[in-house]
Design a protein around this ligand. Sequence first.
Ligand SMILES: [Zn+2]
Length: 251
Amino acid sequence: MYENLKIENMTWQEFEKKKDNVIILPIGATEQHGPHLPLCVDTILAQEFAYRIGEKIDGVVAPALSYGYKSKPLSGGGPLFPGTIDLNGITLQSLVMDIIDEFVCDGFTKILILSAHFENEAFIIEAMDLCSRKYGDKVKILLTNWWDPMSPDIIDKVFDKVPFPGWALEHAAVTETSLMMYFSPKLVKEDKIINTDNVSPATYFRYPIEKDIVPPTGVLASAKSSSAEKGKIIVDNVVPNIVKIVKRAFG
Ligand SMILES: [Zn+2]
């Protein structure tokens, strides 16, 4: 699916012809997502949203960045779990700056970054700002996390059985699990979805991290009541909302 949008499938001549279109960079993470989801959740979500948006705006999609900035204990479990392979902030910032520079060097002027990992935002913004100072009005760079443009009524529909824990704690919980059930059901171990009480958000950070601050499963909020149908509800709302943002931002 979406093979004709992926720049890695294009020849250089085909790629060159697309330079007036929007180029989308999906950014995810490699991070623990509890006993029922794989480490690649954030990368899959970033890619799958990117393909659906790309199709609607005649955009092209670059290979995803599959590593992200350090997850924190109370928004992903942090370094307490094997399989969370984090980048230092400066590394992520440099990666994003290098890729933006290369897109611009190849003639692209409309760049959409789609992130699916909560902690990436500050370092992507820093990369965007520093690049933008070089390029000025010639190049427009846009960032959205997939959850930001979700309409408020969708939250009520998706959290009809369990309370919405807030986006930081919505990790391996109802939205991510439902989206994975919709995008990539074979990667979801439904029998491993556990009953869990929602963790309370901490009002401080302590390093070294306290080992008992996160439940041993790595699940911060319940994924019970997740379904592919809820995944579709989210996608059918978020994709057109991001398309609207893109059209407004790039004119
Ligand atoms: Zn995630």
